[in-house]
Design a protein around this ligand. Structure first.
Ligand code: SF4
Length: 372
């Protein structure tokens, strides 16, 4: 490896007292590869100074945890480990923590997450007597877990979750596609966590693989939002090498960021960059469109592989219903929006009138008869 002398920088993770490498090894994709390959990946990652590995009970129904347990035998104490559970009851989460401990072949796990908390109903059940919070706190008291984390695919649940649960860290998505319609990740959620000294670990720097063309720029863009740690799935030695290089290079400069947003083919001439050329209403309309399908479905020409990827990933998050309900309440004058759009010249070559018609169709459940 050309960059074999690079050493990953370390950061203090919130107020947890742990010093962790700025690059974490994500466990989701370990389901797809053999323990032999994971062994090589973990060894390479460790040689670069990596010490932070995360996985979850649900990744391959425990397969990721089991493979990691085998691979970490004899070196478990050299890593900070996280796992996660979607359980909502105290007994269920206890059962999951014990299963994680067995699978990972350890007597403690540094951080255990409430995994993918989807909505307020589930949060309430977690908090209620006999709920998963009780189980987590007991496991923490007994030293089975060191701290508590929170993750979700539904953005509003981060602030609600951090307000209600005694969490030490969050795992949240962070990339240049989502940044275009969910600016609140960096503008509201990161500052909210920082103010409370909650560690910020950022996942999906490549937007679930959609931003695969330039992993270096994508990872460095994610770092520009200043999470504590970037979590990347790495399935090959090349992935490890590329991710280490990106993290060691650090965040993009402002000029590099502008040029990425101008040229990134995944944003192309369809994804709104939220510049100042449109009215606040138009910009909000495009953000709500992002809630529906991440602005991936643009009805433009794509090669079959790209088209298939867009179809698969466009409904990956749970923001669609929120987008539709917010739009319904707005009662915007659609003709006024279309009139406004006609006068906008977009620096990213977006056909703003066409985009307004498409956004309105997606958000109102209308059809594409709006096109000639
Ligand atoms: S001009 Fe283009 S990038 Fe700027 S807000 Fe309008 S659509 Fe978005």
């Amino acid at each position: 490896m050309e960059n074999q002398n690079m050493v990953l920088p370390k950061v203090q993770l919130g107020n947890t007292g742990y010093s962790v490498s700025q690059l974490a090894l994500g466990g989701f994709h370990q389901v797809e590869i053999s323990s032999d390959i994971i062994d090589k990946v973990v060894t390479a990652y460790q040689q670069f100074g990596g010490n932070y590995i995360e996985t979850a009970r649900s990744y391959g129904d425990g397969a990721s945890e089991k493979k990691l347990g085998r691979v970490l035998e004899g070196r478990r104490d050299q890593f900070i480990l996280c796992s996660k559970s979607g359980a909502e009851g105290a007994r269920e989460i206890r059962r999951d923590i014990e299963a994680s401990l067995t699978n990972l072949q350890t007597d403690h796990i540094e951080f255990y997450y409430f995994h993918g908390v989807p909505d307020e109903d589930k949060l309430e059940r977690i908090l209620s007597p006999g709920g998963a919070l009780e189980g987590m706190l007991k496991a923490k008291e007994e030293g089975l877990i060191g701290g508590i984390g929170l993750s979700s695919h539904n953005l509003p649940m981060y602030i609600k979750g951090m307000s209600a649960l005694p969490v030490d860290l969050i795992l949240i998505w962070c990339n240049y596609l989502e940044d275009m319609y969910l600016p609140e990740i960096k503008d509201e959620i990161f500052p909210f966590a920082r103010k409370r000294n909650i560690g910020i670990t950022a996942m999906k720097p490549l937007g679930d693989g959609f931003l695969y063309r330039s992993p270096n720029m994508a990872m460095r863009y994610a770092m520009s939002n200043h999470p504590d740690v970037l979590v990347c799935g790495m399935n090959t030695l090349q992935h490890v090498s590329e991710a280490v290089e990106a993290v060691c290079q650090g965040p993009l400069t402002a000029a590099e960021q502008s040029s990425l947003l101008m040229d990134a083919p995944e944003l192309g001439n369809y994804v709104c960059r939220q510049c100042g050329n449109c009215s606040a209403q138009l910009k909000e309309l495009f953000r709500l469109e992002g809630y529906v399908d991440r602005q991936m479905i643009d009805y433009l020409e794509h090669d079959p592989a790209d088209y298939a990827l867009r179809l698969r990933l466009s409904s990956w998050f749970s923001m669609r219903e929120k987008g539709l309900s917010v739009f319904k309440k707005k009662k915007w004058d659609e003709m006024k929006l279309l009139k406004e759009a006609a006068s906008v010249s977009c620096p990213y070559r977006i056909d703003v009138s066409r985009k307004v018609r498409l956004s309105l169709a997606k958000l109102s459940g209308g059809n594409l008869i709006l096109f000639e």
